[in-house]
Design a protein. Sequence first.
Length: 330
Amino acid sequence: MDQPLGGGATAVARAHSNIALVKYWGKRDAALNTPAVGSISVTLAALYTDTRVTFRPDLSGDEFWLDGSRSDATRVSRVLDLVRRRAATDRYAVVSSTNNFPTGAGLASSASGFAALAVAAAGASGLTLADRELSILARHGSGSAARSIFGGFAEMHAGVAADGSDAYAEQLLEPADWPLSVAVAITERGEKSINSTIGMGESATTSPFYQAWQDSAADDLAEMRAAIAARDFARLGELSEYNCLKLHALMLSTRPALIYWNAATVAAMHVVRGLRADGVPAYFTIDAGPQVKVLCLPADSAAVRGALALVPGVHEVRMSALGPGAHRLE
Ligand code: DP6
């Protein structure tokens, strides 16, 4: 079968990174990449991935280029296989992605990367998919990517269906509905962390806290939804820090321990708490890496940026507004 594809066979898409306020860690079904817990995130305007997908008749396998270097295409092919099946083609694709931020250093490049891939691959194959289907497609690449289909605030549902059909994200608010700022303090530029997929698998099998993590997720999600609906920043921030530290307690109790923090990560956490003591509402959150993301109100962004820039070991502070959902560029 080598059917010509509708829609021109090439498409380019941009998707923005996101940072979870209530985190995903653990899988319900590894093959379908369904999460064990739901999650809530904000999409970041300043960090994004651009991805071009071209289906070609002359390829014997998928090719993946990341920031100009040939990279492992295994996960990319997992998403493309689903697109090929739906579009009834067996053509392979060249996928070329560029991030406007350091790849693989805990800045959620897989979130923006697989969301951009889902939109570009669907477009290049001539498929018209609803956001929910794009979210499911992106999830097969990376769980957090399901949320980057949407701008503003998004919630990922863990779902219960055996086929993963109810494990998708939905938008809670548009970016303009509640403008917040996020400072991203970069404390390490290299790709040193243990990858999330491996780390969460180890937590599930070795940490005595894993059951408690799963059992307490629904309460955190309900409280976060309420904080967002009420535009209650203090509640949102306090809960984000609590959920982040609970995740890191789970990571620290994994065997072997997942220690994602460095000295600057910890110093930045104390600076954020110090800002709060001085009356500046700012709250940190940290993923599977050493970078510290700080939530604040737009009016306080200069003060937060200035304080983080002074932390020894912080190389750079990037400020971001909340960003849009994944979209086609051409
Ligand atoms: C700590 O989405 O990278 O950032 O689905 O295995 O690719 P896979 O995992 P991934 O995990 C993200 C973990 C996190 C929390 C979050 O973004 O919710």
